[in-house]
Design a protein around this ligand. Structure first.
Ligand code: G6P
Length: 589
């Protein structure tokens, strides 16, 4: 949800910053901008549009500068426009501010600053920070920064520069991610590590309520409350830069779908951590899976997996959990947060509230070192590698594998399954990678997508373990094709949706699993009787999937639905990697 970047060093900062923005674009892409110091003044190049469009218009190679901050935007306050694009300056063009987050008290701050004579250019909440810096700066940059941060309410990751001290970039973090990349005689600042992966893999992660500055050969971080200087640990990114590039595919989404077989084997690497989490969940009166979007659908699958073994559990979307369900939570509950990015604001808040209530909180997370990974007591990484396309695909597979393992460990230790059954399922789980490969090599799904791309309404139906698959299949299609798609429990069709079924509607029935097959058959007959184009996902369906154990069907059934959504998006001439109005990492409430 907005990507921020900063650079200081011997390279040409406008060019480096546009490179970084291109890698951060999954966080937002309605406008982009860079502010840098050259000729002792702040230069601004920003505009509405995707990073590549803005880059080709402003031509950063025309400039020369060794320090700058940048931003790629996902609008919250103020429509996407040149004037609302970040970074933002103050009245005198002394400061440049790049911000991710929301300043909740910006209306009152703006009123006060206006009364003091400040003139605002944009409708954004961020611009108050530039004017606060201008107001507070009396010759000491860090003091002015701290005084400005003290009055801000809400969330922020900030990169700020000042023309009067052109050797440093100020940084601060509260509830929005910020990482410093350490180079030789150069340093980088970004919302996420892929931004600077071609340049360095050595990083420092900022925590909430930390602020400081970055020079080309020095980084200093302080505690915002005590003002004390902190000793920050350096860490190393283990991802390879190639993993964050398209590797010959037209889109990241297709590349990431093709990486789904590896997502299975990678997630299996965390079995030790999952075993530990299972041992802590054992005996809890209830297990909650808490997440947003696709990760929530993985959590809902987790609930059905545990119920299958007779273990009580719930899946709740984080934005509901944090304001209601959490009130019923106590030390006898176990909470599993699920998140690809590890930075989703609602999931973070839900986890914090659950910890305050004394619950045990664990995480299944993809991004190593992310906020959720550090917030929980125990974390199992999915190790899916960087996921860049906004619509989550391989990370979902990783989450499902982790949840299946967790369910197996928990049911084994709770004596709900025998060792023999446990070992059989573990072996089958390892074999799923090959089954997914087989689905990916079937060309039929593209033909089906060609036929369906002209339709306007899609229903995805499934039961129990594959009800979340139906929700996720529908979510993928609506996210990237802008078509009306709904996931439904198959048994609920007759309680409403049947009324709108007709020839022009597509129904995708996820039938596999030999589980409640007769029931699904009846539902399929109901949709066919209304002339809906009905596609069946089954071993012998029009959308074919290989035979696996019932518990593992969500892992193979979603794969053709990922491809289906991808092809429809491309056939409609859309960019599946960057759906309108969406962002990959939702760091605001
Ligand atoms: C956004 C993304 C989704 C993702 C959801 C949760 O809505 O577009 O793809 O599933 O956030 O994100 P998380 O990083 O917590 O899994």
């Amino acid at each position: 949800m907005c990507g921020i970047a900063g650079y200081i060093g011997e390279r040409n900062s406008p060019e480096v910053l546009f490179d970084m923005l291109e890698r951060l674009e999954y966080r937002g892409y309605d406008s982009a901008g860079v502010m840098f110091i050259a000729g002792r003044k702040i230069n601004i190049i920003k505009d509405k549009g995707k990073v590549s469009e803005v880059r080709s218009r402003v031509k950063p190679e025309r400039y020369k500068s060794d320090i700058g901050v940048a931003h790629t935007r996902w609008a919250t306050h103020g429509v996407p426009s040149k004037v609302n694009a970040h970074p933002h300056a103050d009245c005198k063009n002394l400061f440049a501010v790049s911000h991710n987050g929301i300043i909740e008290n910006y209306v009152s701050l703006r009123r006060e600053l206006t009364l003091k004579g400040h003139k605002f250019q944009s409708d954004t909440d961020t611009e108050v920070i530039s004017h606060l810096m201008e107001e507070n700066y009396k010759g000491d940059l860090l003091t002015a920064f701290r005084e400005s941060l003290d009055v801000l309410e809400g969330s922020y990751a900030l990169a700020v520069l000042c023309v009067k001290e052109p050797n440093r970039i100020l940084i601060a973090r509260k509830e929005s991610p910020l990482i410093v990349g350490l180079g030789k005689q150069e340093n980088f600042i970004a919302s996420d590590a892929p931004a600077f992966m071609p340049y360095t893999k050595e990083i420092i992660i900022l925590n909430d309520f930390e602020y400081g500055f970055v020079e080309k050969d020095r980084v200093e971080v302080f505690d915002l409350v005590s003002g004390k200087k902190l000793k920050k640990q350096k860490s190393k990114i283990t991802w390879d830069v190639k993993e964050a590039e398209k590797a010959g595919y037209h889109h990241f989404m297709l590349k990431e779908i093709m990486e789904e077989p590896d997502a299975v084997s990678n997630a299996l690497k965390a079995s030790g951590e999952l075993k530990k989490i299972a041992s802590r969940l054992k005996g809890k009166k209830r297990v909650y899976f808490v997440a947003c979007g696709t990760a929530y659908h993985a959590g809902l699958t987790g609930k059905y997996l545990l119920e299958n073994f007779g273990i009580q559990s719930e899946a709740v979307v984080a934005s509901e959990f944090r304001y209601s369900t959490v009130d019923t939570v106590d030390k006898d509950c176990g909470i599993v947060l699920i998140s690809q990015s590890g930075e989703t604001a609602d999931t973070i808040a839900a986890g914090k509230r659950a910890r305050e209530k004394g619950a045990y909180v664990a995480g299944i997370v993809n991004v190593v070192g992310s906020t959720i990974a550090r917030l929980v007591e125990d974390v199992a990484y999915t190790y899916s590698g960087p996921e860049i396309a906004v619509a989550s695909t391989k990370a979902y597979i990783g989450q499902l594998v982790s949840l299946t393992q967790l369910a197996l460990y928990l049911s084994l230790s709770s004596r709900k399954i025998s060792v023999k059954e446990f070992e059989r399922l573990q072996k089958e789980l390892k074999g799923v990678s090959g089954k997914i490969k087989a689905v990916l090599s079937d060309g039929k799904i593209r033909e089906i997508a060609e036929e369906c791309a002209v339709k306007k309404t899609f229903f995805y139906i499934g039961r129990t373990l594959n009800y979340p698959t139906a929700l996720e299949g529908a979510l993928k299609l609506k996210e990237i094709s802008y078509l009306h798609a709904e996931g439904y429990p198959a048994g609920e069709l007759k309680h409403g949706p049947l009324a709108i079924l007709e020839e022009d509607v597509v129904v995708i029935a996820i039938k596999t699993g030999r589980h409640l097959e007769d029931k699904m058959d009846s539902n399929i007959q109901e949709t066919k009787a209304r002339n809906a184009r009905t596609l069946i996902v089954a071993e012998d369906g029009e959308i074919k999937v290989p035979r696996v154990d019932v518990l593992l069907t969500p892992l193979v059934n979603i794969v053709p639905l990922h491809l289906f959504a991808y092809y429809i998006s491309v056939l409609k001439g859309l960019d599946p990697d960057k759906p309108r109005n969406l962002a990959k990492s939702v760091t605001v409430e």
